[in-house]
Design a protein around this ligand. Structure first.
Ligand code: OAD
Length: 267
């Protein structure tokens, strides 16, 4: 393991040589936009009880309460903008078609920054799902005009199209994330406490399959000791510099030559 902090030339070189890169993000990447994280000092789970707001049982017991909480979060997110970390990720993606972005965030900020197809492991707060037919729909009203909202087709209750505690991840999203973790040469893990599985296992899957795994976080996490490097700092400071340096190294488009790719494979 490299001793954290500091984007070294060697690290930039190794990231630049990756033929396939996967980026896994968590709530920390949106923190500088003004979206609260879940854990830590001002984290949502320090103020609210997950079991009363983010479980199917809570929704069945009081759908109005659950929807009011999601409406509050939706309004908070609607008022903020993507930050330099989201923008740097989108810039790397547009320079390189072999970058896969996987996020645990439901805020939609990666897409607003220009990321084209983020794999959303925990759903999206701007979508709802019919509790009867399981169809999903975009629900852009802000604030919501009716709480709880009802399905425009069948009149049944809608639920937020997010993953709650005790629920499995959406199959297709998880399969794409797992495939991206298994097949990448490098993974960047940005702003996640790495405490919620299965997302938290993806960096270890990547490591196990031979990828270089580097996290960007304001502090250390349970996976820090198991991966290659931790860049300690705010994502909005570290990522723009890291992406600049990678793109400088590759001449602006991250498409490694086969020789570079071979070097990565034989690392
Ligand atoms: P957490 O709140 O658990 O962790 C946020 C991480 O971001 C912490 O490790 C912080 O140190 C780090 N962090 C904070 N600000 C940062 C910054 N400016 N730059 C870099 N890092 C920063 O959020 P997640 O790991 O995303 O799930 O949580 C995972 C899941 O737990 C969430 O998707 C949510 C939650 O319960 C569901 O709701 C299903």
């Amino acid at each position: 393991m490299e001793p954290a902090a500091g984007i070294t030339e060697r690290l930039v070189e190794r990231l630049s040589c990756a033929a396939r890169m996967t980026i896994l993000t968590g709530a920390g990447v949106s923190h500088e936009s003004g979206v609260p994280t879940f854990r830590g000092e001002d984290g949502l789970w320090g103020k609210y009880r997950a079991e009363e707001l983010a479980t199917w049982r809570a929704f069945e017991a009081d759908p109005e309460l659950v929807w009011r909480w999601y409406d509050y979060r939706r309004q908070l997110i609607a008022d903020v903008n993507p930050n330099p970390a989201h923008l740097a990720i989108a810039r790397l993606e547009s320079a390189c078609d072999s970058v896969v972005l996987v996020t645990q965030n439901v805020d939609g900020l990666h897409a607003r920054a220009g990321s084209t197809a983020p794999v959303e492991l925990h759903g999206n707060i701007w979508r709802a799902r019919c509790t009867r037919e399981q169809t999903t729909l975009h629900l852009p009203d802000n604030p919501l005009s009716e709480i709880p909202p009802l399905c425009p087709k069948c009149g049944s209750l809608l639920r937020p199209d997010v993953v709650w505690f005790g629920e499995p991840l959406p199959n297709d999203a998880y399969e794409r994330a797992d495939e991206a973790a298994c097949s990448c040469d490098a993974m960047l893990v940005v702003g996640t406490s790495a405490m919620v599985r299965p997302a938290a296992s993806l960096p270890l899957v990547a490591k196990h399959n031979g990828a270089l795994v580097v996290e960007v976080n304001v502090g250390l996490t349970p996976i820090s000791a198991l991966i290659d490097a931790t860049l300690v700092g705010k994502a909005g400071d570290v990522l723009p510099e890291l992406v600049d340096r990678i793109l400088e190294h590759t001449g602006g488009s991250k498409s490694p030559s086969s020789a570079e790719a071979a070097e990565t494979t034989s690392r």
